[in-house]
Design a protein around this ligand. Structure first.
Ligand SMILES: Nc1ncnc2c1ncn2[C@@H]1O[C@H](COP(=O)(O)OP(=O)(O)OP(=O)(O)O)[C@@H](O)[C@H]1O
Ligand SMILES: [Mg+2]
Length: 508
């Protein structure tokens, strides 16, 4: 049977204990298109793609590739059928070189011996073919940037002659420059007739890159649409089920409120003479290119990185830098929601309940006994407020969708009753609806007098939430802006150029 459709998934259903993740999904993809898959956290996007890549088996339904019905019992079957996947969590082997990763299980041989020279050369050739020249294929993958690691994954599936490439949130961990490279590569692959299935919560990416989009909501199909017929608001409505009402912007703090945190001339291997003071009820944004030092500022405040000189004060009391640690920071009422939630934010082997109470254990225990009933109520409240999609509090957190795991990281710190919240990329991988919820929570925390520092690469997020935004460049504070009276382009320009500030910040 001849068809323009390279892929048809018909009536796909899949259940997990307590969750109907997919309910009879029909998903059709044309050859050579960029087909986006959109939906809120937990809608079923990754599950549908895991079925297509052979990682999960559907409970019912059929998969047809180029007019042939196929049975994808495992990832090898899927690869043979021409389906390559770049997962939400990268799956490269960190200690092997890029070239070794690309040809893993598939090493070209000279007689009985693996031909390492050829592996390197072939890898370089393929990278050159997709326009990437500045990657050292002989270095261990763990020493490459996340952007390059992702390209290694991509090349790996191309070597295996994938006709359909699935990208599950490829941009979530990329810098703006790295994303531009990826965009170029996607356009190039499309020209070569390769079909791409693209998942992202950044709607402007879908609108820019996609030909069509299929929207899932709560495991059901909403529909498939031509991107050119949609705009941002219509897409939001399809994903969430109703139009979004924008939350009220932060009202700002009045002068005279107490200074919660003060950094004075703080320097270390990455930071140069950072001066910052944050008052109670204030929301301060840190903006800058990847590598500008935003995360380091948060880590220093949280005691995760040491300082070489300068001082840090909480409520006017200097801390002893030698004895300062994350445990001390927590005791002083400081909370960090880290960027890399899998490594630093969650214990994947524990349940939602256990993860949520970790930083608040003291509050919920007496004489070594844990007050479980009280915790149940608190955790249930957070799950409801943040709309964490989970069948129960007692399910292992690794079973949650990517975005819902992020919400648990936020929930656990909200339970801790901290006074200073440090958020590093708080809405990475979070759907549009839940983003608004998180913005609402941040505003609410500020109205309660909590202080908040947010590092983000989404300028719009910062202009919406913050009383002031500090632009960083190469470990320095460059300039401070008041979003209420500044155009976004001006802040962006400053971040890119690293122009020296007029506000007396440290020199770069
Ligand atoms: N291995 C699993 N065991 C139990 N439940 C699972 C498993 N994998 C997914 N689920 C559940 O299936 C539902 C769909 O999850 P899925 O990961 O497909 O969502 P998603 O659309 O990719 O969300 P996100 O945008 O957050 O990545 C969720 O409720 C999730 O908790
Ligand atoms: Mg997912």
């Amino acid at each position: 049977m001849k068809t323009d459709n390279i892929l048809e998934m018909r009536g796909i259903s899949k259940s997990f204990p307590g969750v109907k993740a997919l309910k009879g999904i029909n998903f059709t993809v044309r050859k050579g298109e960029v087909h986006c898959l959109a939906g809120a956290n937990g809608a079923g996007k990754s599950t549908l793609m895991k079925i297509l890549s052979g990682a999960y088996q559907a409970d019912s339904g059929e998969i047809w590739i180029e007019g042939q019905k196929v049975h994808l019992r495992n990832p090898i079957d899927a690869l043979k059928a021409g389906i390559g996947t770049i997962y939400q969590e990268l799956s490269v082997v960190p200690k092997l070189t890029a070239a070794e990763n690309i040809f893993l299980n598939n090493y070209p041989q000279k007689g009985l011996i693996v031909d390492w020279r050829k592996i390197s050369q072939l890898s370089r050739d393929i990278f050159a073919e997709i326009g990437i020249k500045n990657i050292d294929v002989d270095r261990p993958v763990e020493t490459l940037t996340i952007g390059h690691q992702q390209l290694v994954e991509l090349v790996k599936v191309l070597v295996q002659k994938a006709k359909i490439v699935i990208m599950d949130e490829p941009s979530a961990t990329l810098s703006a420059e790295e994303f531009n490279v990826l965009k170029g590569v996607i356009k190039d692959l499309k020209k070569k007739g390769i079909t791409i299935i693209y998942i992202s919560h950044r709607l402007e990416e879908l609108l820019e890159l996609g030909d069509r989009v299929t929207v899932l909501r709560d495991g059901s199909l909403v529909g498939t649409f031509n991107i050119k017929d949609l705009d941002h608001d219509r897409l939001v409505e399809l994903i969430v089920g109703h139009p979004l009402t924008a939350g009220a912007p932060n009202q700002g703090v009045s002068e005279g409120k107490e200074v919660v945190l003060a950094l004075k001339d703080v320097s270390n291997h990455k930071l140069k003479k950072i001066n910052l003071s944050v008052r109670s009820g204030e929301v301060v944004g840190l903006f800058g290119l990847v590598g500008s030092g935003r995360t380091e500022v948060l880590r220093v405040i949280f005691g995760a990185d040491k300082i070489n000189s300068g001082s840090i004060e909480f409520f006017g009391q200097p801390i002893n830098p030698k004895a300062y640690s994350p445990t001390k920071a927590c005791q002083m009422g400081c909370a960090l929601v880290p960027e890399n939630r899998k490594r630093e934010g969650l214990v994947l082997g524990l349940t939602v309940w256990e993860n949520s109470i970790l930083p608040a254990l003291n509050r919920f225990s007496k004489y070594g006994l844990i007050k479980s009933r009280q915790i149940n109520t608190f955790v249930a409240e957070q799950i409801k407020n943040l709309r964490v999609k989970t069948p129960s509090q007692h399910i292992c957190v690794s079973k949650l969708s990517g975005g819902n795991q992020q919400k648990v990281v936020i929930a656990k710190w909200l339970l801790s009753e901290s006074r200073l919240f440090l958020f590093d990329e708080p809405t990475q991988g979070i759907d549009v609806g839940a983003k608004e919820e998180i913005y609402g929570i941040i505003n609410h925390l500020a109205s309660l007098g909590k202080s908040i520092i947010i590092a983000s690469s989404e300028l719009r997020e910062l202009t919406k939430l913050c009383n002031r935004i500090i632009v960083m460049y190469d470990g320095c504070f460059v300039e401070e802006f008041y979003p209420a009276s500044t155009r976004e382009e001006k802040i962006l320009q400053c971040a890119v150029a690293g122009r020296k500030g007029m506000t007396g910040y440290g020199s770069c």
